[in-house]
Write a new protein. Structure first.
Length: 112
C-alpha cells in the first residue's frame, strides 16, 4: 500500500499494479484484503487456476529454475516484477523493500 501511495496519481494512469495470489485465494478474500489495507483504484488482485498462475509466473520470470524448489511454495519469496512493456525494460526486486526505495526504482524504469 505504501508503494501505491508513493507513486501517487500515476497508479491507474501510467502504472497498473497487479498482485497474483499463489495460494488459491478466492476473489472475495482478495477483495476483503484490498479493502482492509485501503488499496486504491489502479491496483488489482488476481487469483486463478494453479496451472495458469504458474504459467504467468514463468512468463514473468518469477520462478526458481530448479523445478523441485519451484514446486515447494515454502521456498517462494515475495517479489515485485515491474516493467515498461513497450520499451522492453523489466526488473525484479524483493517484495520486502521499503516502499520509498521500490517506488524510486519503478519511476526510474518507467522514466516518470
Amino acid at each position: 500500500m505504501g508503494v501505491q501511495k508513493e507513486l501517487g496519481d500515476a497508479v491507474g494512469r501510467d502504472i497498473h499494479m497487479y498482485s497474483i495470489s499463489l495460494d488459491g485465494d478466492l476473489p472475495e478474500d482478495l477483495e476483503e484484503y484490498a479493502e482492509d489495507y485501503g488499496v486504491q483504484p489502479g491496483w488489482t488482485f488476481l487469483t486463478g487456476d494453479e496451472d495458469l498462475v504458474t504459467e504467468i509466473r514463468h512468463r514473468l520470470g518469477a520462478f526458481d529454475p530448479d523445478p523441485i524448489i519451484d514446486l515447494d511454495k515454502t521456498q517462494h519469496a515475495g517479489v515485485v516484477v515491474f516493467g515498461d512493456e513497450p520499451k522492453g525494460r523489466w526488473c525484479v526486486f524483493p517484495g520486502q523493500m521499503k516502499p520509498t526505495v521500490l517506488s524510486r526504482y519503478i519511476k526510474r524504469v518507467m522514466a516518470l
